[in-house]
Structure formats: structure tokens, C-alpha cells
Design a protein around this ligand. Structure first.
Ligand code: PLP
Length: 490
């Protein structure tokens, strides 16, 4: 029997979808994708659904027989679209935007088509070698020194987990890889340091690696929300006096709340004197270094042991793609290399097998996305877009500063603006917090923009992030108008 003979329902009994059917629906889908991106402005940014609405439209049991692509594609409109938050929308200004570009989307399709697994060089030489070269390009684009070696993981959370594992391995006298950490009376308490504004992924890494949540000490920040190096030095000294062993500092370039930039050079000098691993979380903010005038955001990072940047945040590469650079890849290798017989290859002495540098064995060919995006836009094209985002965000900050009923709550080092409504005569902090919570809810429920919030101390702050590929000044003007309108209705 022909593998691709049709079952009565219209799907093949064995094997894949026939090539002609793939071609037909591939074209249909690409047409729909192109229209979606072209008309994305007309979609609500955030859906008007309640929890359970989408789930309620899906059958609870799987289909017994295959279904037609017509039915599947029409259900994308019926079931999926009503519950979509559109991250690529030009008025999506929440969190840190992750907006996929068309060349990145095409690369993603190719990645799925090849479906190669780059666990070792031999399992897909192109996957390994394109990744090596792309990370060399990215390193140059960010102005990082040649000694930095890179690897792609899925997210910054996973990159940071690996960086902290490498820092732990760096404590070679403790033999943690061999002997573990439990049931040992000879181990000192180990400590990681980071600012109060560090991303929660660092806390999670500390939990996962067995240091316990007490294994991270939060350092206070100044009025610009930047870590205070003197407070860090004091914390390290105090811990040493109490028999705790400081082993890692995480500094952030672009904190999640307000994009503050820790004083990396000073922190690096301290880490150098103390023999402590320095990891930089530049997941979002690192992208700004693509712009020559903003390269200074990574000042001092050349002295760090490791640094994470996320091309899937502000470099228009579709989710997911995070890069960890380190000057000490041998620590990752020492922590994670384990080669069972079935993964040995004749080339192991002369090639790089990325599985040796982390937990995942299977690795998607994500580097294709970097290759497409870097080549299509060029370094200059990416820099122009990021520069414009920073300019427009600073314009928005000027509008806020000039308005009597709004106030800005933090400096704007990059393209994220923290602000709140502050009508004259309303000065009670709790009342202002409640008002701003209602304001943001009203804006988001309008479907015309999507914003998110944070707290600075006890103040509720609305965040407006200009980092979407399709976001231009008129979109920010529109959101500004919407904020004023909604405030007048509260
Ligand atoms: N670090 C910072 C500064 C972030 O803002 C974020 C997410 O927004 C992360 C790390 C975690 O990123 P990911 O979702 O890639 O794990």
C-alpha cells in the first residue's frame, strides 16, 4: 500500500501529509500570516476573555480519526484568536516585549522543517557551526571582547541557571559535582548577591541549585534603583565574618521593573578583589549596546565571568532564544559534561559538542533565527530600530513630565517609562495606587493597548515599554491619548 494513500476521512493512513497538501496549506498559512502582520494594528491587543473561555471551546478528548487542515485552520480563528494577546502588536507595551520579525518567523519555519537536533556536532554539523559563528557575530555587535564564548539556551532563566552552576563549579575545592551538597558538614553556607531589583529567575536558579532562598542576599539600591557597591562590599564582609562563603554576584543591565543599570565596572572591581564570579543579567538591556551611542550600557561587562542577553526580547528574534556568554566555558563543561557511550563520536577531540555545556541534550537549530535576522536587518538596521525606541520612549517621558495629572516615577535609561496618574489634590499613596491600578485595567480592557505594572517601594507604577518591532511614535501618541481619556472617565 502506498504510505500516502488516503484514509476515508482524507488524511493519509501512514506517513506524513502529502507534499502537495503541505504546499497548499503552507501557502494558505503564509498568506494568512502575512495578512495578520500587515493588519495587526486592527486587532485588539489583549483579548476580552475570561479564564476558561478558550479551554471551554476545545474538546476534552483527542480525535480518534484525523481531521482536515481546513477544519484545523478555521479553528485557529474560532478557538485560538479570541484568546490571543498579541505580543507583536505595535501597542503591546507590557512586560519586556518579544516581537518576532518576518525573517525570524521564516527561519523558525525552516528550523521546524529541518527538525535537526544539534546535541553534538555529528548530529547536525550546520547547527553547531552556524551557532558558533552567529554568537561570534553577536559578540562583536555588542562590543564584547573575543574571549567570550557563547551558547544558546531557550530563556534567560535557563542561561542564568547555567551561569550560577558554572560559578558553583568554580568553587573547585568543594567538589560539589562529585559529592553534592546534602548531608555534608564540611560545606560552608554559600551566598549569591544581587540588587533588590534583580529578576526572579535568579532566585529560582538559587533554589534549583540547592543554595536555598537564604542563599541569595539582596543589596539595596540608590534613588536611581542601581545597586550600591558599598552596600555590596559591606554585605560580603559581614558574611565572611560570619563564616558564609560569597561566591557569585549578579548585576543587572536593565532591571525588569525600571531598566536601571547596576554600576558594573565598580562591582566587577570588587568581585575581582574578592575572587567572586560576576554574572550580568542583560537579558533585555544588553540589546541597547547594538547602538553605538548606547554601547556604554555594557561598560565593565568585559570584566564579568558570564553575561546573558536575550535576542528574543529586543532584537526581533521570535521566542525563544537566549544567549549565555562566558569567559570560562570550561566551568560549564566541568559542571555538565557527561558522555555516555551512545553519544561518543569520532570527532569529539576536534569539535564542540554543545551538549557538554548544559542540561539539555536535544537542541533546536535556533541559530538559524539569528542568521536570518542579522542578515536581513544588518547591525545598522537593528541599531536604528532600537535607537528610535529609546528616542520615542524619552519623548513619552517628556509628555508625562509636562502633564499636571501625571508623574514619572523613575529615570529612563533605555525605553521603559514608569509613571502614574497623580491628579492634583490626591496625595494619599493608597488612593493613588488604587487609582492607577484602575487606570491600567481600563486601558488594557479597551483592547487598544496593553501595559503592565510594577511597584517601586510602595508605589504602584505603570510601565510603558517601547521595544516592539512595529511600534512607532504615532502608536505611543495613541496610547498617551488613551491614558488621558481613561483617566478622565475614572
Ligand atoms: N532577566 C531580566 C532582566 C528579565 O527582564 C527577564 C524577563 O523579563 C528575565 C531575566 C527572564 O527572561 P526569560 O523569560 O527569557 O527567562
Amino acid at each position: 500500500m502506498n504510505d500516502q494513500s488516503m484514509a476515508p476521512e482524507g488524511t493519509p493512513k501512514l506517513g506524513d501529509m502529502p507534499a502537495e497538501e503541505f504546499r497548499k496549506y503552507g501557502h494558505t498559512l503564509v498568506d494568512r500570516m502575512a495578512d495578520f502582520l500587515k493588519d495587526i494594528d486592527n486587532y485588539p491587543v489583549f483579548p476580552a476573555v475570561r479564564p476558561g473561555d478558550v479551554r471551554g471551546m476545545l474538546p476534552t478528548a483527542p480525535p480518534q480519526s484525523g481531521e482536515s487542515m481546513e477544519d484545523i485552520l478555521s479553528d485557529v480563528d474560532r478557538v485560538v484568536m479570541p484568546g490571543m494577546a498579541h505580543w507583536s502588536h505595535p501597542r503591546f507595551m507590557a512586560y519586556f516585549n518579544s516581537s518576532g520579525s518576518a525573517p525570524g518567523i521564516l527561519a523558525e519555519v525552516l528550523c521546524a522543517t529541518f527538525n535537526a537536533n544539534g546535541m553534538v556536532w555529528q548530529s547536525c554539523p550546520s547547527a553547531t557551526e552556524v551557532e558558533q559563528v552567529m554568537l561570534g557575530w553577536l559578540r562583536q555587535m555588542l562590543g564584547l571582547p573575543e574571549k567570550y564564548w557563547g551558547i544558546i539556551y531557550d530563556t534567560a532563566s535557563v542561561s542564568t541557571l547555567h551561569a550560577l552552576a558554572a560559578a558553583r563549579e568554580h568553587l573547585s575545592d568543594l567538589h560539589i559535582r562529585d559529592r553534592g551538597m546534602t548531608g555534608r558538614t564540611d560545606l560552608p553556607r554559600l551566598r549569591v548577591y544581587a540588587s533588590e531589583y534583580v529578576h526572579s529567575s535568579v532566585d529560582k536558579a538559587v533554589i534549583a541549585l540547592g543554595f536555598g532562598i537564604e542563599g541569595i542576599r539582596k543589596i539595596s539600591v540608590d534613588q536611581s534603583f542601581q545597586m550600591i557597591p558599598a552596600a555590596l562590599a559591606e554585605a560580603i564582609n559581614e558574611d565572611r565574618r560570619n563564616g558564609v562563603r560569597p561566591f557569585c554576584v549578579v548585576a543587572t543591565v536593565g532591571t525588569t521593573s525600571c531598566t536601571s543599570i547596576d554600576p558594573v565596572r565598580e562591582i566587577a572591581a570588587l568581585c575581582g578583589r574578592e575572587g567572586i564570579w560576576l554574572h550580568i543579567d542583560a537579558a533585555h538591556g544588553g540589546a541597547a549596546a547594538l547602538v553605538p551611542e548606547y554601547r556604554y550600557v555594557l561598560d565593565g561587562c568585559e570584566l564579568a565571568d558570564s553575561i546573558v542577553v536575550n535576542p528574543h526580547k529586543w532584537m526581533f528574534v521570535p521566542m525563544d532564544l537566549s544567549v549565555l556568554f562566558t569567559r570560562k566555558p570550561e566551568m560549564l563543561r566541568r559542571a555538565f559534561s557527561l558522555v555516555p557511550e551512545y553519544l561518543r563520536t569520532p570527532h569529539d577531540e576536534v569539535v564542540e559538542n554543545y551538549m557538554d555545556y548544559g542540561i539539555p541534550l536535544g537542541r533546536r537549530f535556533r541559530a538559524l533565527k539569528l542568521w536570518f535576522v542579522f542578515r536581513y536587518f544588518g547591525t545598522e538596521g537593528l541599531a536604528n530600530r532600537i535607537r528610535e525606541h529609546i528616542r520615542v520612549a524619552n519623548e513619552f517621558a517628556v509628555w508625562i513630565d509636562a502633564h499636571r495629572e501625571f508623574e514619572r516615577l523613575a529615570p529612563v535609561p533605555l525605553s521603559t517609562v514608569l509613571f502614574r496618574a497623580h491628579p492634583s489634590g490626591t496625595d494619599d499613596e493608597e488612593t493613588l495606587n488604587a487609582l492607577n491600578e484602575r487606570l491600567m485595567k481600563a486601558v488594557n480592557e479597551s483592547g487598544r493597548a496593553f501595559l503592565s505594572h510594577t511597584r517601586l517601594g510602595n508605589r504602584y507604577a505603570i510601565r510603558l515599554v517601547v521595544s516592539g518591532l512595529r511600534t512607532l511614535e504615532p502608536h505611543v501618541q495613541e496610547v498617551w491619548k488613551l491614558l488621558q481619556q481613561q483617566l478622565s472617565l475614572l
